[in-house]
Design a protein around this ligand. Structure first.
Ligand code: NOJ
Ligand code: CA
Length: 690
């Protein structure tokens, strides 16, 4: 990876913690463009407070900073020992991403604080044009226990928020859309219908909101290593979020000093597109740790997968239902991938253990799955197998086998694995320090075996894929799979995701379902609580979107690996529409969010990293929308051929979801396209330079 770094150290030498200076007054630091301003002061009680404004609007009102450790508390009776400021500006090239080059430009202020026992902590603030970030660095040496962190985000006004409740086990909920003052995590739990397995954990991040002045804010964290995941406790009267570290034990994390916590991030902008386009979470992570990244390849993949969720076949080889991962069935998917230029075939249900109650064996294929023959067959056709490690949350079993399991795949030439953590982890929760270490171990150890990782039911993304770009993607939201089950997703879910979950990092939504209205006999039984089938009931299942909307997902949802999730037979019925999926890249030179409103609609344009072609996607919620899309991002004085995949005149998610039209026209940078998105609909456009 080429890094072109220019570092301008702007000020003051770091002064040691014990060489005290005279009083410091209120301090401030601004973003390079001056629009984001963070002020800091110590009040008369020695409490540290920060506040943030953006373009003149107060965003974060004075908010407390604090961390409690076995070395003492850093929340009051502190004094400032030193303040150091600097500027940093670099442009770096990610292995894959939304951009070919990413600018990392910020102004930094490090405030060295000392508590009454003489223990020291630094608070580092970084101000980017698209927001602010802060973290604590505990100084000294030896071991230290982190007991609590109390960083406040006191929202200056009652914003309109897009949020979901935090949970110790799960992130697969529909989003709520309410004023901040209306956040009630218990009511959300009830509406999600999952009250029984949700603990009171405040609000999950990434939480997005719109201010009364029309600015957009997203709160999250970056660079999560050796620390528990964060949720936000919320006081609706005070409009105040406070960090809540995951984990039930008193000691949240035992660390070696010096130690820096993850960054607390506040993305802010005057366009909703700032949330989509921001690279702040990535920029706050360390540069790539891998010397050789040539084995890390973005790709589109098919999978022996959706047919199991539709219950046409099953993961277990128990004889009751057809087993999915047979050598013969997988060969059909390999053939389909090869015919259409897709690079990978995910195979779930290939290994012993699915019937053994959580004790998977990661090096023993089922007898009807000839893994060596399939690797050979795939390679011959220019396709690779993608491995699968479901754990059913038996993390100890996976940890014990991980080294062997990864070495096994390496020997076979399997380059990618999808992992999974369905269910409750005994006596722990999914996001505590131990689990953060576990997820990170899969990535670091995966790299040692040249294995790319896609984590389902993961810890939320925090940008560590900058450091380990073999962490390709993760689930961490309610993906398309929910539409194979009776619950489905709310119609506003898809136009919420680009501004919430996807801001944190790539997401494996599993797009591209073409059979959008189906009747399934086994699913009928699953739809009733007691498993019986009510003959009078209409068991039609909808995927809450049109086919054009499904195509657009490849542009509006970002991931360097994208599934082509439906069954080959369903794609063969719409081969003309499949052309868009064959064409659309997964690695981008540029990304522009052209229009949108969180939860309503989104239109995004991206430029291919390896050609001059552009791709545009638009999706809407249940509302029909007319939208004008200016193509002024195209090179001037150049003609392109656009292929527009749009909703047909009768289209609608619950009327005619597969009604679409395909149109070819020549366009240039002066063209404006007028498009209609049907309810639950959208459009996808490929724009090829002639
Ligand atoms: C849940 C995952 O999200 C899904 O993709 C997978 O098929 C099942 N678990 C089984 O591992
Ligand atoms: Ca899942």
């Amino acid at each position: 990876m080429n890094r072109i770094a220019t570092i301008v150290a702007a000020m003051v030498m770091l002064v040691g913690c014990n060489s005290l200076k005279s009083e410091f007054g209120a301090q401030s630091v601004t973003s390079p463009d001056g629009r984001v301003v963070l002020s800091f002061e110590l009040n008369s009680e020695g409490e540290a407070l920060y506040a943030v404004t953006f373009a003149g609007e107060e965003i974060i009102a004075p908010s407390h900073l604090g961390i409690e450790t076995s070395r003492g508390e850093f929340d009051e009776d502190m004094r400032i020992v030193d303040i150091k400021t600097s500027t940093f500006n670099e442009t770096w090239e990610p292995v894959w991403g939304q951009y070919a080059k990413i600018e990392n430009h910020y102004n930094e202020m490090v405030v060295a604080l000392q508590n009454e026992n003489g223990e020291c902590v630094d608070v580092t603030f970084r101000l980017f044009n698209d927001g602010a970030a802060l973290r604590y660095t505990l100084r000294g040496e030896g071991v230290c226990d982190i007991l609590n962190e109390e960083t406040e985000f006191r929202m200056a006004r009652d914003c309109f928020a897009h949020w979901m409740a935090g949970s110790d086990d799960d992130a697969e909920f529909n989003y709520m859309h309410t004023p901040l003052s209306g956040i009630n995590t218990q009511s959300m739990h009830k509406s999600a219908g999952r009250v029984q397995d949700i603990l009171e954990c405040g609000v999950a991040t990434l939480v997005a909101m719109k201010t009364p002045a029309g600015n957009y804010i997203a709160l999250h964290e970056a660079a999560l290593w050796s620390y528990p995941g964060m949720a936000l406790d919320f006081d609706a009267e005070e409009l105040c979020f406070t960090t809540e570290l995951s984990g039930d034990s008193e000691v949240k994390s035992r660390v070696e000093l010096p130690f820096s916590t993850p960054w607390r991030t506040i993305i802010v902008g005057d366009r909703v597109g700032t949330l989509v386009e921001s690279s702040m979470v990535l920029n706050l992570n360390e540069p790539c740790a891998l010397e050789d990244t040539s084995w890390i390849k973005p790709m589109k993949y098919v999978g022996v997968w959706w047919e199991m969720h539709l219950k046409e076949s099953i993961w277990d080889m128990d004889g009751k239902y057809p087993h999915c991962a047979t050598t013969a069935n997988v060969k059909q998917y390999i053939d389909f991938a090869a015919e259409n230029g897709f690079d990978g075939v995910l195979v779930e249900g290939w290994n012993e253990g699915w019937g053994w109650g959580e004790r998977f064996d990661y090096t023993r294929p089922y007898p009807d799955f000839d893994i060596e023959e399939l690797c050979r067959y795939a390679e011959e056709r220019g396709v690779e197998l993608i491995g699968h490690h479901e754990t059913y949350a038996n993390v100890d079993n996976y940890d014990a086998q991980m080294t062997n399991a990864y070495a096994y795949y390496e020997t076979l030439g399997v380059n990618s694995v999808k992992t999974g953590y369905v269910g409750n982890i005994n006596g722990r929760n999914h996001y505590d320090r131990e689990m953060v270490d576990h997820y990170n171990r899969t990535v670091v150890e995966g790299a040692q075996h040249k294995l790319c990782i896609d984590i389902h039911e993961p810890i939320h993304s925090t940008g560590i894929c900058r450091t380990y770009p073999n962490l390709m993607s993760a689930e961490g939201m309610r993906g398309q799979e929910w539409h194979a089950w009776n619950a489905g997703n709310c119609i506003d879910h898809n136009p919420t995701l680009p501004f919430t979950r996807n801001v944190a990092g790539p997401m494996d939504f599993t797009p591209g379902i073409f059979d959008l209205r189906y009747h399934n006999t086994i699913n009928k039984a699953a739809a009733t609580a007691d498993g019986s089938v009510n003959a009078d009931y209409d068991y039609t299942f909808f995927v809450n979107s049109t086919l054009a909307h499904q195509l657009a997902q490849y542009v509006v949802f970002y991931s360097p690996i994208q599934m082509v999730a439906d069954l080959p037979k369903n794609y063969r019925e719409h081969d003309d529409a499949l052309q868009f999926i064959r064409d659309v890249p997964v690695d981008w030179a540029d990304t522009r969010c052209l229009a949108g409103e969180i939860g309503d609609y989104v239109v995004t344009a991206r430029k291919d990293k390896h050609s001059d072609n552009w791709y545009v996607g638009g999706i809407t919620d249940g509302e029909r929308r007319n939208i004008s899309v200016s193509l002024n991002f195209l090179d001037a004085n150049r003609i392109y051929e656009a292929t527009i995949y749009r909703d047909g005149t009768r289209a609608g998610w619950n009327t005619h979801p597969t009604d679409y039209a395909i149109e070819h026209i020549n366009v240039d940078s002066t063209t404006t396209l007028d498009l209609t998105m049907a309810p639950g609909g959208g459009f996808a456009i490929s724009i090829k330079a002639i």
